[in-house]
Design a protein around this ligand. Structure first.
Ligand SMILES: [Zn+2]
Length: 256
């Protein structure tokens, strides 16, 4: 029995999946961004009404496109929270970023709406109070990912503190807002944003504890044009290139 115990303990101590930090030795010591592909495994996320697309597949492809663009550019280090089709709880996504001592966190998602004309991308930051009712509904939907993945929410400690409780957190919020602005500014016209492109709500995955964090809704799977854009490598590259520029600018600013 004793011989069995040690390997079992080692297995238990290991993180669920080791995240590969890319960007090469050349960039060791450079700032690190964690790209989070939303959903995965038994949590498919939102589904296209025609059944042709699942959010978890789109987010992984977009996250990989952003990683590839960053690695090619070689200015920052990058890691993904998941690089395959697996379930990762929201709290674990945040823990991965903390464990890697990330300087920036970008969570990738796609939306859907009953109104199939609704389209365009938006970027969200964390806030106690949602910027609008639609943002509040979206946060509730995204926060239910853990339930879809079978996580027992009763076992989660309740976070009773206000998000904006301290000044350090306020500074993180300011940096998150600046980064959200950069994502829209550095992305060229090929990516269509909603009229009000920047919003805020209480997203669990953005409770990053001091790491500037943004949630990027890359478009609506319920809209034919958005879905077609996200389904092509060229569309995803356009999103990735804007995100890469925003990440590099943000991290260069933070390093000064
Ligand atoms: Zn999502």
């Amino acid at each position: 029995m004793r011989r069995l115990l040690l390997p079992v303990l080692i297995l238990l101590a290991l993180p669920a999946a080791a995240q590969k930090v890319e960007g090469g030795r050349r960039t060791a010591g450079r700032p690190l961004v964690v790209i989070d592909a939303g959903h995965g495994g038994r949590d498919p996320g939102t589904l296209a009404p025609n059944g042709n697309a699942r959010e978890k597949d789109v987010t992984l492809k977009v996250a990989r496109a952003i990683r590839d663009a960053l690695v090619k550019s070689g200015r920052v280090r990058v890691a993904l929270t998941r690089d395959d089709d697996r379930f990762v709880a929201l709290g674990e996504r945040v823990r991965i970023a903390r464990r890697l001592r990330a300087d920036l966190f970008l969570s990738i998602h796609a939306d859907s709406a009953p109104n199939r004309a609704a389209r365009g991308a938006s970027v969200y930051i964390l806030s106690d109070i949602a910027s609008d009712a639609q943002a509040a509904r979206l946060a509730a939907k995204e926060n239910s990912a853990d339930r879809a993945g079978g996580v027992d929410l009763r076992a989660q400690p309740a976070d009773v503190r206000s998000i904006l409780a301290d000044l350090a957190q306020r500074e993180t919020m300011n940096e998150s807002a600046a980064f959200a602005r950069l994502v829209t500014l550095e992305t060229d016209k090929s990516v269509r944003f909603r009229t009000v492109a920047r919003r805020s709500a209480n997203f669990a995955v953005l409770r990053s504890g001091g790491i500037p964090a943004v949630l990027y809704e890359t478009g609506y799977l319920s809209n034919a044009d958005d879905a077609a854009f996200l389904a092509t490598a060229a569309g995803r590259r356009a999103i990735a290139d804007g995100a890469r520029k925003a990440i590099e600018t943000q991290l260069a600013r933070a390093a000064r």
